[in-house]
Write a protein that binds this ligand. Structure first.
Ligand code: HEM
Length: 491
């Protein structure tokens, strides 16, 4: 280990990669200890402005490179070898097992292949109705606050809606989280996300042994929450498997999702697609499916909550942009507030898409991602030694003035550019990551966000009330001040 440490140090030094001076044994852990949720961006930015676009950190024996160099991003994203996640993700393992987000090597490859059709356009199209129904429930809840004066904090409202959407689309069940936030599964999920977020940014808390001793109560609560979630997912899988088998027997080999005797088509949940998938002719086991369903639940609700909330806040501060989105909505959907939207309508909301993209640039739900380098590799001409973690600071790259002039400004028009010469570098704009390990739920997310944001704008004018957002890192991007705004019903 000492040899490997010396080798890594020598190679990085030779490549001119620098970083803060490590102390024996702990490395730079102490410099990272006073990390709190909102200061982590400052800590990272201070490192990169002092040491350059690639910075070396030591956490005990773990070497971590933090990177904001877009050329390195490009080499990482294009590589089919660099698909192993780094140690930070280990925290999620008790919950997500070895599902798509966490797995690597041939397991990841074969899973990705069978899960890709799960997000097929035809399946997503069926979900538009769910997006619409759940945002109708949200509108009802918001109406109580919509007096044009009350400051509304959007995150908790949006979160429960996103939870309802992902539970119904992933598992095919309604948990009514918006009406009943105390439902054990929904509560366990939000509490797990919150505990995991706290642990992620505290280097010592990440170690299970340490956390168990110093945060014993929380440790056991976390185990309890995970048990509740696993039991719930297991139960749903068992029910859906049985329903599938019955339907195959009864309806002459018609899978779930096909039309019943009355000709009424049953909607497929993502889980049903997995139940019908095979690897080398064999179906996935209940455990395999649970990992993937839990991964969808994790990947698919906090991320969209964050992006929808930040976008609504931004729109409340930019009335002229809000007006432009509304005009587009009227021209595509019409002025009837209750009319359900179709996938085709959502596709046509091009300006709204630019608004969401720009919001994700300024406030990326996933601000950084990590990889583990298993063997020496050349990235942007620099040989990076094996056994190194890299963290890509996507939030920083997306504010680089070279690729995004006036980087701090909210300018959705920058995404309207159609001429090739001025098009945005695809490796500089990466809120959904890029390459083989990009976000598999990207189209799902975009449809959900367009549907719910347009629904809210059809019903309310968003007013610039309350405090400004103060981004911080949870598992995904949150805001210390929540996402505040005022609401005025449109007549
Ligand atoms: C605004 C919304 C979203 C954003 C910004 C986002 C972003 C990302 C990013 C950056 C990654 C790469 C993570 C990494 O390399 O560590 C990722 C992966 C993933 N996302 Fe999303 N995501 C969003 C919504 C969703 C939704 C709605 C789902 C599911 C319904 C989903 C499911 C996944 C899965 C399963 C992966 C792992 C893919 C793999 O490793 O092959 N995401 N997402």
């Amino acid at each position: 280990d000492t040899l490997s440490k010396r080798r890594r140090n020598l190679m990085l030094e030779k490549a001119g990669i620098r970083g803060p001076k490590p102390v024996p044994i702990l490395g730079n852990l102490l410099q990272l200890l006073d990390n709190n949720k909102s200061s982590i961006f400052n800590v990272m930015d201070n490192f990169t402005s002092k040491y350059g676009s690639i910075v070396r950190l030591w956490m005990a024996n773990h070497c971590i490179l933090i990177v904001r160099d877009v050329k390195v991003f490009e080499d990482v994203f294009k590589s089919s070898r660099l698909i192993t996640k780094n140690s930070h993700y280990g925290l999620l393992e008790v919950w997500l097992g070895d599902g798509l987000l966490m797995s690597s090597g041939s397991k990841w490859f074969s899973r990705r292949k069978i899960i890709t059709p799960t997000f097929h356009f035809k399946i997503l199209e069926e979900f538009v109705e769910i997006f619409d129904q759940q945002s109708t429930v949200l509108i009802k809840r918001l109406m109580e606050k919509a007096d044009g004066k009350t400051v509304v904090r959007m995150f908790p409202y949006v979160c429960l809606m996103a939870l309802d959407i992902i539970t119904e689309t992933a598992m095919g069940v309604k948990v009514h989280a918006q009406e009943n936030p105390e439902f054990p599964y929904s509560k366990a999920l939000t509490e797990t996300s919150s505990i995991m977020s706290d642990r992620l940014i505290k280097p010592f808390d990440r170690f299970d042994g340490y956390y168990r001793i110093f945060h014993n109560r929380k440790y056991h609560h976390l185990q309890e929450c995970i048990k509740i979630m696993h039991n719930f997912t297991d139960q749903i899988i068992a029910e859906r498997r049985e329903a599938l088998q019955k339907s195959l027997k009864k309806k002459m080999l018609q899978p779930v999702g096909s039309a019943d005797e009355m000709g009424i088509k049953k909607r497929m949940a993502l889980l049903d697609v997995l139940l019908q998938s095979t690897v080398d002719g064999k179906p996935l086991s209940d455990m395999d499916i649970r990992e993937e369903v839990d991964t969808f639940m994790f990947g698919g609700h906090d991320t969209t909550t964050s992006s929808i909330s930040f976008t609504l806040h931004l729109l409340s501060r930019h009335p002229e942009i809000q007006e432009k989105v509304l005009e587009e909505i009227y021209s595509v959907i019409g002025e009837d507030k209750e009319k359900p939207v179709t996938m085709k309508d959502l596709h046509e909301l091009k300006y709204l898409e630019c608004v969401i993209k720009e919001s994700l640039r300024l406030y990326p739900s996933v601000p950084m991602i990590g990889r583990f380098i298993e063997e020496d590799i050349v990235l942007n001409g620099i040989t990076i030694p094996a056994n190194t973690n890299i963290t890509l600071l996507m939030y920083a790259a997306m504010k680089d003035p070279e690729n995004f002039p006036k980087p701090e400004e909210f300018l959705p028009e920058r995404f309207m550019c159609t001429d090739d010469a001025n098009k945005i570098n695809p490796f500089a704009y990466v809120p959904f990551s890029a390459g083989p390990r990009n976000c598999i739920g990207q189209k799902f997310a975009m449809a959900e966000m367009k549907s719910t944001i347009s629904k809210i704008l059809r019903h309310f004018e968003l007013l610039p009330l309350g405090e400004e957002v103060k981004p911080f890192v949870k598992l995904v991007l949150g805001s210390e001040t929540d996402a505040q705004l005022g609401l005025k019903p449109r007549t």
